[in-house]
Ligand binder design. Structure first.
Ligand SMILES: [Zn+2]
Length: 376
């Protein structure tokens, strides 16, 4: 996703006017009919237009409205049904980008000097791209596995002398010969480990899975660079000539189990810390209070959770119900998508944001929580 040339371009683009429109649309067919998606899009654009109407610069105003309408027309003309879970649009004077999204995004329109690409990070899975190393005693094969495909990269051979019986003191010689093979195998593992590290660095991967006989695994891991050892997700038995479809299936099965485990552990950690009075909080009010005080380190929320709330037009503090800002006393304004605004604020402030699915337990604690840098 992030390797796309258009995203690279967008990341580097800066206009000299606030005339770049970024729009994210959730069009997940499991949730919405096409008609509903159009309605959501139209009301989102209508709301933005009424905000844009307040801009004094007539040309700028006209320009932004034109881009908003361009997106609306494009979606309605081109989509009778939606095959993607989401769509992102980035439009300005010299470009019109449409990027299909595999994970449903939060709906939002942002008008700014730069394309708002931060939410694209949620499109990258926890283990979006992993290195799969398949090895035996003298061969190794390297693959990159993503949720939608497996790609063979290269293989590596190390010549190992065959186990031959020699004359003389059989026992002694056998042992000597055995040790030689073992050393050679270890040498092979070392080479595989080095190659793996090289590939990993070069390709910006998220984790490592190893396929080999269980008896080799321990020795092989010892020859992995410590950095890769930390990135090791799992291992299983697999023969060296396993077909690619089998690799794809097996690796992705392992990853989906690990993905759920890791999210569960994160939520458990959040709940445990919060209950024991550690550096974590649960529930909207506590999260908002700590976010306003700049104490949040890592925000954890349910992917499709949102609600209305309050925003201080003066200092930018968020609120849940309060009529007046707790920080500066200004009258709060009503906002429709408090959680999306919170996510966007967090992204802009470089706070880590993890969105989790239902069923892992966060919904029992208000669907939102945060790890804190320090306690208030
Ligand atoms: Zn305020």
């Amino acid at each position: 996703m992030f390797e796309r040339d258009d995203v690279k371009f967008l990341a580097s683009f800066k206009s000299d006017e606030p005339n770049v429109v970024s729009l994210y649309l959730n069009c997940d067919g499991r949730e919405f009919l096409p008609k509903e998606v159009y309605t959501i899009l139209k009301s989102m654009i209508l709301r933005k237009k009424s905000e844009v109407e307040k801009i004094e610069d007539k040309n700028l105003k006209r320009e932004i409205i034109e881009y908003l309408e361009k997106i609306e027309d494009h979606v309605i003309k081109n989509y009778r049904e939606f095959k993607e879970k989401g769509l992102a649009y980035f439009v300005s004077r010299d470009f019109f980008y449409e990027i299909p999204l595999p994970i449903p995004p939060r709906n939002r329109v942002i008008v700014s000097y730069t394309p708002y690409i931060l939410p694209l990070q949620f499109q990258r899975d926890l283990y979006g791209k992993v290195l799969f190393i398949l090895l035996d005693k003298h061969v190794a094969k390297f693959y990159v596995v993503t949720p939608d495909k497996v790609e063979f990269l290269e293989d590596l051979f190390t010549k190992v002398p065959p186990k031959v019986k020699r004359g003389g003191w059989q026992g002694y010689d056998d042992k000597k010969n055995m040790r030689k093979v073992d050393e050679k195998t270890l040498h092979h593992f070392k080479r595989v480990g080095e190659k793996a590290f090289e590939i990993f660095k070069e390709r910006d991967l998220d984790g490592v899975v190893v396929g080999c006989k269980n008896e080799y695994f321990g020795d092989f891991v010892e020859h992995l660079h410590s950095y890769l050892r930390e990135k090791l997700i799992d291992n299983f038995e697999m023969v060296i000539d396993a077909p690619q479809h089998e690799i794809f299936e097996k690796v992705n099965n392992v990853l989906s189990v690990k993905r759920i485990e890791s999210r569960k552990n994160l939520i458990k950690d959040l709940i445990d810390k919060s209950k024991s009075g550690g550096k974590a909080v649960l529930g909207l009010e506590s999260v908002v209070r700590n976010l306003n005080e700049n104490r949040v380190e890592h925000l954890v929320i349910l992917r499709d959770y949102d609600c209305s709330g309050k925003l201080c037009p003066d200092c930018g503090s968020f609120g849940v119900l309060e009529e007046r800002c707790l920080k500066c006393g200004e009258k709060m304004i009503e906002i429709e998508n408090l959680i999306t605004e919170i996510v966007d604020r967090a992204l802009l402030k470089n706070i880590q944001v993890t969105q989790v699915t239902k069923g892992l337990g966060l919904e029992d604690y208000g669907s939102i929580g945060a790890f804190l840098r320090y306690k208030g």
